[in-house]
Design a protein around this ligand. Structure first.
Ligand SMILES: NC(=O)c1ccc[n+]([C@@H]2O[C@H](COP(=O)([O-])OP(=O)(O)OC[C@H]3O[C@@H](n4cnc5c(N)ncnc54)[C@H](O)[C@@H]3O)[C@@H](O)[C@H]2O)c1
Length: 232
């Protein structure tokens, strides 16, 4: 029995590594899925631009009839020591990785509240919990996503809308492809599992959070498919 039969889902950042795997897993589980992304997607969205978010959500609603599940997986990652970081680099990361999640929730969750059902899955990062050298902007944004997730969860849980986060460890996607091999070798050696994850190993957590009854008791939680790197 498919876990997401008769559900509709909007996957933002859905042409990226993790978002694509989640969209595919949702479709395999019977959901009708709209993928939105800045690049190559059926529905174009720039999560930093409220007009673009509003238009993309309207288009997703037109195609799906309603949005039962929202996945926020758009993100960017750059590296710079804070002491050398420009205010622009800081602002760009906060705009995509944190404000983008706010804007997508802001424009999708009211419909969920109105209908008395919804699931929101925000893709944060373990770096929002443990921090990372050269990643103050990214870690701050992801910690912000965890705070947003808990606060929104408190606001809407009693209206049938469950909001949770996933904080993956290093996952083999285009996002980590650009990082030096030296860093990757050292990072793998640190991990209890000794290897990075794949997007297909993250997607089942997003299926669980969207499913009924599997996801029914998760409220403001952070699931950690992270090869053992963080044990909160
Ligand atoms: N890969 C990892 O190791 C890892 C670990 C933890 C968390 N994450 C998080 O998972 C999420 C997905 O990352 P990924 O690894 O799949 O990376 P990715 O680069 O493959 O995917 C990110 C997607 O976001 C889209 N995007 C970027 N800026 C956008 C914008 N302004 N508007 C709309 N879309 C935009 C990109 O086009 C891309 O398709 C991100 O939030 C990332 O921070 C990744």
């Amino acid at each position: 029995m498919p876990l997401l039969e008769n559900r509709t889902a909007l996957v933002v950042g859905g042409t990226g590594g993790i978002g694509r795997a989640i969209a595919a897993a949702y479709a395999r589980e019977g959901a009708e899925v709209v993928v939105a992304d800045r690049a190559e997607a059926a529905v174009r969205i720039d999560v930093t631009d409220e007009d673009s978010v509003r238009a993309a959500v309207e288009e997703a609603n037109r195609r799906l009839g309603r949005i039962d599940v929202l996945v926020n997986s758009a993100g960017i990652l750059t590296e710079s020591p804070l002491t050398e970081m420009s205010a622009q680099t800081w602002a760009e990361t906060i705009a995509v990785d944190l404000t983008g999640v706010f804007l997508c929730c802001r424009h999708v969750v009211p419909g969920m509240v109105e209908r008395g059902f919804g699931r929101v899955v925000n893709i944060a990062s373990q770096l929002g919990i443990k921090g990372g050298r050269g990643l103050a902007h990214y870690s701050a944004a992801k910690a912000g996503v965890l705070g947003l997730t808990k606060s929104l969860a408190l606001e809407v849980a009693d209206r049938g809308v469950l909001v949770n986060a996933i904080a993956p460890g290093p996952i083999e996607t285009p996002m980590v492809a650009g990082i030096t091999e030296e860093w990757k070798v050292a990072k793998r050696a640190e991990l209890p599992l000794g290897r990075f994850g794949t997007p297909e190993e993250v997607a089942p957590a997003a299926v669980l959070l969207a499913s009924d009854p599997g996801g029914n008791l998760f409220v403001g939680q952070t699931l950690g498919p992270n090869s053992g790197d963080v044990m909160p």
